[in-house]
Design a protein around this ligand. Structure first.
Ligand SMILES: [Zn+2]
Length: 270
């Protein structure tokens, strides 16, 4: 019995020695690094630092994002893989007594737009066209007199309607207009060729508030007309009517709530 007890003790001592040896060699005594788990704030900081250093692009902020006009009525990113939801705002028939207020509302929303103007109104609103351009908006050509170019038969008048307005915009802004919209959306291949040869991008639209209709005085009708058909790449048409100004803020709030950003006309390359 004595021998057995002695042996037992010996076994325990040997076993303990072996175990200690395994623990010491298998798990070296060093500081074990915690896994790299960043909390939400840290991740946000990494993103904002990288953005500042231009290491990564934010879809809505990227200065590299360029757009093209397709089928005269849709705006699409040059890089078709880019899935940024964006629409282009266009405002016709100014300048008017409402232009300034529209600009203020657009600026509040950090929204850009093209103002398609008629030269005939310029004399009544001196400096509005220059101010529009200085505020960072595009000034587009919508003919001098808002003439229906498809119905016009006198070639000289058609050219004059386009060129006289181009000259006025160039004189007032120091920059040739890059965009053209036909009054009533009415044109033909000949008119579109004249516009193209004059170096402008011809633009129709794919969504509108239908704000030539009196029913759009109602905010819900005005906003609803746009939102019913809005899609990524929509070119949206509104006018400088008093009710359009009154409903513009509500429209922009709805557009943004659906996740759309605004295309800056400066980023349209063709
Ligand atoms: Zn018009």
């Amino acid at each position: 019995m004595k021998t057995t007890n002695k042996n037992k003790k010996l076994y325990i001592i040997i076993l303990a020695f072996v175990l200690i040896t395994i623990v010491v060699y298998a798990f070296p005594f060093r500081k074990i690094e915690a896994p790299v788990v960043k909390n939400v704030e840290e991740v946000k900081n990494v993103i904002s630092t990288a953005l500042e250093e231009n290491k990564i692009g934010s879809p809505s902020l990227s200065p590299e994002l360029k757009y093209k006009i397709v089928s005269r009525s849709v705006v699409v990113p040059e890089d078709i893989k880019n899935k940024t939801k964006a629409i282009l705002l266009t405002i016709d028939d100014g300048p008017s007594s409402h232009t300034k207020e529209m600009i203020e509302i657009l600026n509040k929303h950090n929204a850009k737009a093209i103002f398609f103007i008629n030269g005939m109104h310029a004399k009544d609103y001196p400096s509005i066209i220059e101010d529009t351009y200085k505020e960072g908006f595009a000034v587009g050509n919508h003919t001098w007199d808002h003439l229906n170019l498809r119905k016009a038969t006198d070639e000289k008048i058609i050219e004059q309607e386009i060129n006289k307005n181009t000259d006025l915009i160039t004189k007032l802004t120091g920059s040739k207009p890059r965009f053209f919209r036909a009054p009533y959306g009415d044109s033909n291949p000949h008119v579109r060729k004249l516009v193209k040869d004059a170096g402008m991008i011809f633009m129709d639209w794919s969504g509108t508030a239908l704000d030539w209709e009196k029913s759009t005085i109602e905010k819900d009708v005005f906003v609803g007309n746009v939102m019913r058909n809005i899609h990524n790449g929509s070119i949206i048409l509104i006018h400088e009517h008093p009710w359009s100004v009154a409903n513009l803020d509500a429209l922009l709030i709805d557009i943004e709530s659906k996740g759309y950003t605004y295309v800056d006309p400066k980023d349209i390359i063709e």
